[in-house]
Design a protein around this ligand. Structure first.
Ligand code: PLP
Length: 432
């Protein structure tokens, strides 16, 4: 588009192309574009709209807080910030009882990394290859996939670790494999890096956009034990997996492993306004009480966002949505397994609750990926065609690499699930 000043505007929203739809509203699990077309949201937008697109309780809370004064106060003076901190501590695992608030998942991870470095006096951070932790310089630096960096050289001190990606485990999991076991692989890295130099290990307990990688039982505990042995802070990034997404409040609850620091965002307000939290353990809080840790953002706990989060936490509980997500897990899985009977392009199905990944392949036996690792536009084509076919038929599915994220709002009905699976069935033919 050319403006009166002769400037050519290429707004980032144009990245879907000039023909990309302009979304104007939503209701329940559907959203609508400016042409009046309706789409069933099978990925909760960016896996954040856990409560769908018209949750009256959250909308009312936002309106009320705007009416009460959206610009009031410094975060630490605000009643609603304290209320949210207390309410969030009721659902976070173990003793993660102190909250730092921020505006995005990336910022929450920045705070986690800074805190771990400050606490330990060490500089290195170990992160996994298949990971996404955000787009700011620090969060991107711990993100292991170079396809996300786009020229960012990265902040110093980041060391990479392999993933418990059992579908493509080089050692042929479930035979004992140091990588899929967690601790043994980490121990080996530490021999070379020097544990006395390592501040933190940061992982997504269930990897999100880099492929919905679910670790084997025992993996997170093994990381926990290794970190404890060496005084290393364990950070769980639950930005995508928090708030019932995987069928428990937090993904790590499934294995009963508590990190030193947990970050969350997305489902915290269910996407109605931006908010993130860095939850830290009582032990770290005690240390903070005796230390100087200058940290603060103008919007560390914006009142409107905090009011939305308090309301969202109420809705999760009132409507039993964590339990609902857990119950939907086997239902979604059996739908996906039926699709796999019909579509040879489905190589692997993994997930739980309302969080599933469909990994698409060229060949199910050899597991040759549908899209090779460094996709040029042509190579990425089959995946793009698949999501375009779904979207054209009224189903929104987020994809990354070879994986389609089936992550509907936790409020999805059985009928809507069936409706979406029928469209998915047709769209998958494009990839077969
Ligand atoms: N961490 C994880 C696991 C994520 O999935 C994301 C975003 O998708 C982020 C961090 C970054 O969050 P934000 O986009 O709010 O900065």
């Amino acid at each position: 588009m050319e403006t009166a000043r002769g400037k050519v505007i290429r707004s980032w929203s144009a990245q879907g192309g000039a023909s990309a739809p302009r979304i104007v509203g939503g209701h329940g699990c559907h959203f609508q574009d400016a042409e009046g077309r309706s789409y069933l949201d099978f990925s909760s937008q960016m896996v954040n709209a856990n409560l769908g697109h018209s949750c009256a309780s959250v909308q009312d809370a936002v309106r009320e807080q705007v009416g009460a004064g959206a610009t009031l106060g410094r975060p630490w003076d605000l009643a609603v910030v304290h209320e949210l901190a207390d309410r969030l501590a009721e659902v976070t695992p173990g003793d993660l009882n102190t909250m730092f608030f921020a505006g995005s998942g990336a910022e929450a991870n920045e705070a986690a990394i800074r805190l771990a470095r400050a606490r330990t006096g060490r500089s290195k951070v170990i992160a996994r290859y298949r990971s996404y932790h955000g787009s700011s310089a620090g969060a991107l630096s711990v993100t292991g996939d170079p396809r996300r960096w786009h020229g960012e050289p990265g902040v110093p001190g980041v060391v990479r670790m392999l993933d418990p990606y059992t579908y493509r485990c080089p050692a042929g999991h479930p035979s004992p494999c140091p990588v899929c076991s967690g601790g043994p692989h980490l121990e080996e890295l530490l021999q070379y890096e020097g544990p006395e130099n390592v501040a933190a290990v940061i992982v997504e307990p269930v990897t999100g956009s880099s492929g919905v990688v679910v670790p084997p039982d025992g993996y997170l505990r093994s990381l926990r034990e290794t970190c404890d042995r060496h005084g290393i802070m364990l950070i769980f990034d639950e930005v995508m997996t928090g708030f019932g997404r995987t069928g428990t409040w937090f993904a790590c609850d499934r294995w009963d492993v508590v990190p030193d620091i947990l970050t969350c965002a997305k489902g915290l307000t269910a996407g109605y306004v931006p908010l993130a939290a860095t939850a830290v353990s009582d032990r770290l809080t005690d240390w903070l009480a005796d230390s100087v840790f200058p940290y603060g953002l103008t919007y560390s706990g914006h009142p409107v966002a905090c009011a939305a989060a308090v309301a969202a936490l109420d809705v999760y509980r009132r409507d039993g949505l964590i339990e609902r997500a857990a119950a939907l897990g086997p239902v979604i899985e059996s739908h996906l397994r039926r699709l796999a009977d019909r579509h040879p392009s489905i190589g692997d199905i993994r997930g739980s609750g309302c969080f599933w990944g469909l990994e698409l392949v060229r060949d199910r036996t050899s597991r040759e990926p549908l899209v090779p690792f460094n996709p040029d536009a042509t190579a990425a084509e089959p995946m793009r065609r698949f999501s375009a076919a779904a979207f054209g038929a009224g189903l929104y599915v987020l994809t990354n690499g070879n994986v389609a994220l089936i992550a509907p709002p936790l409020i999805i009905s059985d009928a809507e699930l069936e409706e979406g699976m029928a469209v998915l069935d047709k769209a998958l033919s494009v990839a077969d």
